[in-house]
Design a protein around this ligand. Structure first.
Ligand code: FE2
Ligand code: FE2
Length: 165
């Protein structure tokens, strides 16, 4: 019989491969390839950070789906993979860090809608409000709350990995 730690590790590995299954069309885009080449939070890249957010968000989504929700796993993964694409090319687009924090969520949401035109306003808001409370308007859906929390968890992970290095 497997231990709790082994089960969690197996669950994490499954989520990781499912992220690339659901997100194949995003991961293969030019902008995501650029995201994989752009440094983010000192030691990671925008693309790797987004994949990390997607794994955390998918695992949260699965936990909720086992109990109370019927969330669409693919939509959650796609929102996570696209939530920071507005940051790509940040030095050419934004002049300060504050401007980056404020503007990249809605810029990311616009890029996501161009890549995934079948998505709706709810999906747009899941991305455009992921920086709450830094951006004043809060998420309006469970998916939005998941992405916002998963983003913060991944960011803490990124920054603490940098601090430990
Ligand atoms: Fe962000
Ligand atoms: Fe992020």
């Amino acid at each position: 019989m497997s231990t709790r730690k082994e089960r969690r590790e197996a669950e994490r590995k499954t989520a990781y491969s499912d992220v690339f299954h659901y997100g194949k069309d995003i991961v293969e885009t030019d902008i995501f390839k650029k995201a994989l080449a752009q440094t983010h939070h000192k030691k990671t890249t925008v693309g790797d950070h987004s994949a990390c957010v997607a794994v955390i968000a998918l695992r949260m989504c699965r936990r909720l789906n086992r109990r109370v929700c019927h969330l669409d796993e693919r939509r959650v993964v796609l929102a996570a993979l696209t939530h920071d694409l507005g940051i790509v090319g940040r030095h050419e687009k934004y002049s300060t860090n504050i401007e980056t924090y404020i503007r990249h969520p809605s810029d990311s949401a616009k890029i996501a809608m161009r890549l995934l035109p079948e998505m709706n306003k709810k999906f747009y808001r899941t991305i455009s409000r992921h920086m709450f409370p830094l951006t004043i308007l809060p998420p309006t859906s469970i998916e939005g709350i998941i992405i916002s929390i998963a983003d913060k968890m991944a960011s803490v992970k990124d920054i603490s990995a940098h601090a430990a290095a």
